[in-house]
Design a protein around this ligand. Structure first.
Ligand code: ZN
Length: 406
């Protein structure tokens, strides 16, 4: 109890330092980065949703694409259809009516076909080059195809706003219509103008929603100041400000990081005075963006699992934030096997090739030993370890071992 209390206090202290410190001081970007976008760049990105009459079709398409997008209710709380310990709510599972529909996550490993509907060739080339950065951190591929070919994602350049449908909703949009739009890019636009909007809209396309609407409610808005600001700069009435800026997602609507990530590419800029947090103009993927997308489109490229030997002494590992620690071991003799982890509260998943889930479990106590067991045939297996308290700022160290049960 005492430990839990201390941990909670530490987390709160951390939270206030994260939220109260001006983003200026914390931002890892080079000095001179503007706090607000230049006047030549837009930044607002409005929700784009399919027309309501397509919702049922979109839900069916989402589950066809990736069975994990289906949702079932367990003890009153929504879970992914796989009951996955590492992903309680599928990515993009947001429904504005407070009714859970489905996730909107593409099948990890798949190739998403993308084409341009018009636009300057230089702008097209720069959008393509910028967007590819996501594929360095997610197990997903982008293939840009010719105008006449079918494509899952269709990009237009109509002047005005920039937006994208969320995740697999793209599959249900009428095939002659765009699923993404860039309203203010020109061949000569500066690099940060490209990265800020292209990485943001491709984030939506992968299933990410707006960070400033994070369910934790850590952002406290000064309502009157915010209404006046968005009226003046965007021409939005209070209802629009409410829907686009002030509303938060329900916890049950979205899988989220523990803390608001002020550096996220999915975050709006928040000028001084509008809230208890100041957010600059984010133009790069944050460390958390990279880890979060790698966890959802697993395994991230380049991830090399650490080798474990069955029956050997426990080895030390560490996992921070949204990271996933990965291990691999080989079973030579069929039988019952136990994976034991101690020192950190974690969620663990044991996978056979395929990947096929063999077992999963979660620690009950913060530092207590937890064991996951499974009957295994000879072959190679991987283990994914994620910390339960993803906001925890300790070293995240744990010990892990695998042995045969007797
Ligand atoms: Zn957006």
């Amino acid at each position: 109890m005492y430990t839990a209390r201390l941990a909670a206090l530490a987390a709160m202290a951390l939270l206030s330092s994260v939220l109260l410190a001006p983003a200026r001081g914390r931002n890892p970007e080079p000095a001179g980065k503007p706090l607000t976008p230049p006047a030549s760049a837009g930044w607002d990105c409005l929700h784009r949703r399919l027309p309501r009459e397509l919702a049922e079709k979109a839900a069916a398409a989402a589950v066809r694409e990736n069975p994990e997008n289906a949702i079932h209710i367990q003890n009153g709380s929504p879970r992914s259809a796989k009951g996955d310990a590492l992903e309680p709510i599928p990515l993009g599972a947001v429904d504005e009516k407070g009714v859970i529909s489905t996730g909107r996550k593409w099948l990890p490993g798949r190739t998403i076909r993308i084409k341009f509907l018009g636009g300057d060739p230089v702008v097209q080339r720069r959008v393509q080059a910028t967007a590819m950065e996501w594929t360095h951190y997610a197990n997903i591929k982008f293939q840009f195809v010719e105008p006449g070919e079918p494509a899952d994602v269709r990009i237009a350049f109509q002047p005005g706003g920039s937006y994208s449908l969320v995740g697999t909703d793209c599959l249900t949009a009428p095939p002659d219509q765009q699923t993404m739009n860039f309203g203010w890019l020109t061949p000569g636009s500066d690099e940060p103008i490209y990265t800020s909007v292209v990485l943001h809209e491709f984030g939506h396309m992968l299933g990410l929603i707006h960070e400033h609407m994070h369910p934790s409610g850590q952002i406290k808005w000064n309502y009157q100041t915010a209404y006046a600001y968005y009226q003046r700069t965007q021409g939005w009435d209070p209802d629009m400000v409410q829907a686009q800026v002030l509303d938060v997602y329900y916890n049950s609507d979205a899988d989220a990081t523990k803390l608001v990530d002020a550096q996220s590419i999915m975050m709006y800029p928040i000028p001084e005075g509008l809230a208890n947090i100041v957010v600059g103009w984010n133009t790069r993927l944050s460390a958390t963006d990279k880890e979060f997308i790698g966890r959802h489109y697993y395994p991230p490229p380049g991830l090399k699992p650490t080798e474990l030997v069955v029956g050997a002494a426990p080895v030390f590992g560490a996992v921070r934030g949204e990271q996933v620690a990965a291990y691999r071991f080989r079973v030579h003799e069929g039988g019952d096997y136990l994976v034991q982890i101690s020192g950190l509260a974690v969620a663990v998943r044991l996978l056979a090739a395929g990947p096929r889930k063999m077992a999963e479990g979660e620690s009950v106590q913060p530092k207590g030993r937890m064991t996951v067991g499974a009957k295994l045939e000879p072959g190679e297996y991987t283990l994914q370890v994620l910390r339960k308290d993803r906001g925890g700022q300790d070293s995240g160290q744990f010990r892990i071992a695998v042995r045969q049960a007797r």
